[in-house]
Design a protein around this ligand. Structure first.
Ligand code: PLP
Length: 421
């Protein structure tokens, strides 16, 4: 059996059937903004491997960090032990994070960091003698990960809650924000959430939201005023605000963190995806001093969570190197240039009959179609055109590495235009 046949016969891939999977392409290398296939094609990467590879593949500084650390030690347990890679990455994270975040919990994936954030919020209120505050409120069209607590706050339709209705904690859902980024904010947009707070605040532990860009739940880009109002409602009604910056963090939206568009700070914030520059899995849940004190007050006095690979030194050292690159501050000009080019070119797609909407923010470009696209056909088209773009449902979208050249970006946008023509 050749590699591709074995893969198809035995290996699950994300969000596809195990018995009749979408086609897969074997990769033998990746460098800069290119992914190399076993069949010889070199594809311009439009996905940053799901928001992660912001500095491009095979980056010398990230490679060096991994090499240096692996020759010292790859991992030790984090219970009772600590090390410089973890300290380095947490120092840098706190230095760049929104004001007020002072404690870091290192988690091993984005979903786990969301589990940790939700558990922190619930334990916070339980330890304040308010176990009645045990529900989470969130806008529809959100995406926060695939584990069960994370799933409970994903969009109930996209997240297929009906399949798991006996297993998922029942949460409260507000309509998704309607005013788009750049439009005039409509007061009507926040009313349903205000009403939910007004009638349910006594049972609300936290509001969880993706700042400004709702990612996998629909690639929707909303008005910062909505997020500002979320912060105000949380303050007014004693509810914790959790910002899920796993997709939006580290410059992707044109600000270092999405919540900077609204000039607010959350009580708890999750980061992941681009944290290691796309090298390996690592995420973090940050919180304020108030949350940390609240969680650890009274019984049990500890936070009961500790992944085996917590603070993995290899991942932390690469993350620290990636944050170093971000601190050099080239990302801002790079993301601005990508945004300007996307705004100049992607709206051409609006002339196509298949296209319903085009949205751009920072280094994110989204083309929404009227009907669900044929993923296998589009993938074939894109590979033929020498690009890697992976659409889902009605969304053909790109979030390329920040180092992409104007020519390579043109190849991505041209390929989208041609594919939908
Ligand atoms: C990807 C994502 C997650 C889940 O992260 P994993 O590392 O895939 O578990 C959670 N929230 C948001 C906003 C994401 O984009």
């Amino acid at each position: 059996m050749n590699n591709i046949d074995f893969d198809k016969r035995h290996i699950w891939h994300p969000y596809t059937s195990a018995v009749n999977p979408l086609p897969c392409y074997e990769v033998t290398g990746a460098a800069g903004t290119e992914i190399h296939l076993a069949t010889g094609e070199k594809l311009v990467d439009g996905m940053s491997s799901w928001w992660a590879a912001i500095h491009g593949y095979n980056h010398p500084a990230l490679n060096a960090a991994a090499h240096q650390q692996i020759d010292k030690f790859s991992h030790v347990m984090f219970g009772g032990l600590t090390h410089e890679p973890a300290i380095d990455v947490c120092q840098q994270l706190l230095a760049m994070a929104p004001a007020g975040l002072e404690r870091v919990f290192l988690a091993d994936s984005g979903s786990v960091s969301v589990e940790v954030a939700l558990k922190m919020a619930l334990q916070y209120w339980a330890c304040q003698g308010r176990p009645d505050k045990h529900k989470i409120v969130t806008p529809r069209n959100g995406y926060h990960g695939d584990t069960f607590a994370a799933m409970s706050v994903c969009d109930p339709v996209n997240g297929m809650h009906s399949l798991f209705s006996n297993m998922l904690a029942p949460q409260l859902f507000a309509p998704a924000p309607q005013t788009q980024f750049g439009q005039t904010f409509s007061e009507d947009d926040i009313l349903p959430l205000e009403e939910l707070f007004d009638s349910h605040h006594h049972e609300l532990a936290a509001l969880i939201i993706e700042p400004i860009v709702q990612g996998a739940g629909g690639m929707r880009i909303y008005h910062p005023e909505y997020l500002r109002r979320c912060r105000q409602l949380c303050d007014q009604y004693d509810v914790l605000l959790i910002c899920d910056e796993i997709a939006t963090g580290f410059g992707r939206t044109g600000k270092l963190f999405g919540c900077e568009h609204a000039q607010i700070s959350p009580d708890i914030m999750c980061v992941g995806k681009a944290l290691t520059g796309g090298y390996m899995t690592l995420a973090a849940t940050m919180c304020t001093e108030d949350v940390a004190l609240g969680v650890c007050q009274g019984e049990p006095g500890v936070f009961m969570h500790g992944p085996t690979y917590m603070g993995n030194p290899l991942a932390c050292s690469v993350a620290a190197a990636s944050l170093n690159i971000i601190a050099q501050n080239n990302w801002q000009k790079q993301v601005e240039a990508i945004e300007a080019q996307l705004k100049a070119t992607l709206p051409d797609c609006l002339s196509l009959a298949a296209v319903k909407d085009v949205r751009v923010l920072g280094a994110i470009g989204v083309v929404e179609t009227h009907h669900s696209v044929d993923v296998a056909r589009l993938q074939r088209h894109f590979v033929k055109a020498g690009v890697w773009i992976r659409p889902f449902n009605k969304l053909v979208y790109i979030m390329p590495p920040y180092i992409i050249t104007p020519d390579a970006l043109t190849r991505l946008t041209d390929a989208i235009y041609d594919a939908l023509s």
